[in-house]
Ligand binder design. Structure first.
Ligand SMILES: O=C(O)CCCC[C@@H]1SC[C@@H]2NC(=O)N[C@@H]21
Length: 248
């Protein structure tokens, strides 16, 4: 494994959130930069949820200036999910039990191992900086106490595989994998990423529930389309969903 050319790295003992730190330093950076925190005091997850981050778990944000059309920037969540998947394979030596949950969770034996949160800064016309926040339960599952009903049960890499990896070691594997998929994305577009993601997708072809603040849709998980939308085959026909939480 080697650190990818052109990417910077900084390691912080403690920070409020690596996403906050990313926004603070983005303007000073000449190229993409990984920010790894050994502890976060105010980590956040999707939909305004907290993300607890005890010592030993992985919390990092990649700051980047995404190339390509503005609507392509958000597709980096699929790039990131694939990279986390590959990093897990690299550090454990096995892929059994790993899968990807739309839009951007990584599951291990059906439990939530990792979450991804994308934020961005722009000028109204496009995305200047993209912040790819990634949290992986390497050793602990801190969210169990306040899990929402129906949410996927959290698991850790250590509990499910017996493999203990430090955040620094995990970052080496993740940075290499992300750079590889990002190169593929900028060269060939979303299609190979979409294909690779679908090959690792959880519950493809099965009936799932997509829930938003105002609606709930049941249907067979048919595919993810070229814009990254979830496509469900429902009783009322084919439905394309841009954002939702998924329940199995
Ligand atoms: O809700 C989710 O599943 C997404 C969780 C994202 C957590 C990571 S940890 C590193 C980065 N900093 C944060 O505050 N959140 C993300």
């Amino acid at each position: 494994m080697s650190w990818p050319a052109g990417y910077g790295k900084r390691v912080l003992a403690e920070v409020d959130s690596t996403l906050n730190e990313a926004a603070r330093i983005a303007g000073q950076l000449a190229g993409p930069e990984w920010i790894l925190a050994l502890r976060q005091t105010q980590g956040r997850g999707r939909r305004g949820r907290d993300w607890k981050d005890p010592k030993g778990n992985f919390a990092a944000t990649l700051v980047m200036r995404p190339q390509g059309a503005p609507d392509q920037a958000a597709l980096r969540s699929f790039v990131a999910a694939l990279a986390v998947y590959d990093a897990c394979v690299a550090v454990t030596g096995r892929s059994e039990g790993l899968s990807l949950k739309w839009p951007n969770d990584v599951l291990l034996k059906g439990g939530k191992l990792a979450g991804i949160l994308l934020e961005s800064a722009g000028n109204g016309q496009g995305v200047n900086h993209l912040y790819v926040g990634i949290g992986v339960n390497l050793v602990e599952t801190p969210m169990k106490e306040w899990l929402e009903p129906g949410a996927v049960w959290p698991v850790s890499l250590l509990s499910e595989t017996g493999v203990q990896v430090s955040p620094e070691e995990f970052l080496e594997a993740l940075a290499e994998a992300f750079a590889r998929y990002e190169q593929q994305f900028t060269t060939y577009g979303f299609e190979p990423i979409r294909t690779a993601w679908l090959e690792r997708a959880a519950k493809l072809g099965e009936v799932i529930t997509a829930r938003t603040a105002s609606s709930e849709t049941d249907g067979t998980f048919e595919t993810v389309d070229a814009s990254g939308n979830l496509v469900l085959n429902t009783a009322k026909g084919r439905v394309s969903i841009p954002a939702a939480d998924i329940y199995f």
